[in-house]
Design a protein around this ligand. Structure first.
Ligand code: CP
Length: 300
């Protein structure tokens, strides 16, 4: 993989993706065996938005490679509160670390920040834009569960604001996949994402109900309605609690359906589903460690 920064899933070729997933599989088989890979390397965590999985799995990954983290900490205790710009902040941090993982509420922030640093910058989520390292762990999970070619995947929920959806949809165009998008009218895929998918020749269909497509799916990727991104709480309330699944919903699904979710969930997946073999979302979250180990290993 020859990239300075990981900003968007659009920059990743099939070859890049397979290289990361293959390396991740090696780390997954024996995570403790990589401690001598990058001793002394420091990953800076600059998270301007809350995170559990992305932040902690990046920290675990660099430590499992023999390195360590430095953490900007909560924004309210950083000099961001004094008015420091993102450009200045990342320029300062690159003097302290060998790579930067950045999460920021503004779409396009990772692209902008990457123009100010020479160390690898990893987009750990930029607003409603992209979340490419999540996509790589999603693809790793899909490859393990269903394979990455000749599959039918349903992506359901908040397709408008869900950055994991935008990244995953782009990345899947590298493979022989049929993509079905299921959402309320107000949360359909943004026009620019639909345009890109069309340009990439993706097989895409949109639905307003899961029922009509569920029996055809190999993978169902459920997402949270991103309440924090709605400009108007009333608009959120109109769609809250819709597009959820429970055991009854799954009656018409294939027995081998793989159910995924980037997490955190609110009410999209009934906890009774957690006990089914189909539920893969906690394993998906665990896959963040070997996949982020592979990404860091290849960039550092
Ligand atoms: N999936 C994901 O990005 O989770 P966090 O927000 O907890 O990092």
């Amino acid at each position: 993989m020859r990239h300075d920064h990981i900003i968007t899933a659009k920059q990743l070729s099939r070859e890049d993706i397979e290289a990361v997933l293959d390396r991740a599989a090696e780390f997954d088989a024996d995570p403790g065996a990589a401690l001598d890979r990058h001793p002394g390397k420091l990953l800076a965590l600059a998270f301007y938005e809350p995170s559990t999985r992305t932040k902690m799995s990046f920290e675990t990954a660099i430590k499992r490679l023999g390195g360590d983290v430095i953490d900007m900490g909560p924004v309210e205790y950083s000099s961001v509160k004094k008015g420091e710009s993102l450009a200045d902040t990342v320029r300062v941090i690159e003097g302290y670390a060998d790579a930067i993982a950045l999460r920021h509420p503004m779409e396009g922030s990772a692209t902008m920040a990457s123009q100010f640093v020479d160390v690898p910058l990893l987009n750990a989520g930029d607003g409603a834009g992209q979340h490419p390292t999540q996509t790589l762990l999603d693809l790793y999970t899909i490859r393990e569960q269903a394979g990455l070619d000749d599959i039918t995947i349903g992506i359901m929920g908040d397709l408008k604001y869900g950055r994991t959806v935008h990244s995953l949809a782009h990345a899947l165009t590298n493979f022989d996949t049929r993509q079905h998008f299921i959402s309320p009218e107000s949360l359909k895929l943004p026009r620019n994402v639909r345009y890109d998918l069309h340009e990439e020749g993706a097989q895409v269909r949109e639905h307003d109900s899961l029922d009509e497509i569920l029996p055809e799916l190999d993978v169902l990727y459920v997402t949270r309605i991103q309440r924090e991104r709605f400009p108007d709480e009333n608009e959120y309330q109109k769609v809250a609690g819709q597009f959820t699944i429970d055991v009854e919903t799954l009656e018409s699904a294939d027995d081998d359906l793989t159910i995924m979710h980037p997490l955190p969930r609110v009410d999209e997946i009934d906890p009774a589903i957690d006990d089914l073999d189909n539920a893969t979302y906690f394993e998906q979250a665990h896959n963040g460690v070997p996949v982020r180990m592979a990404i860091l290993d290849m960039l550092l």
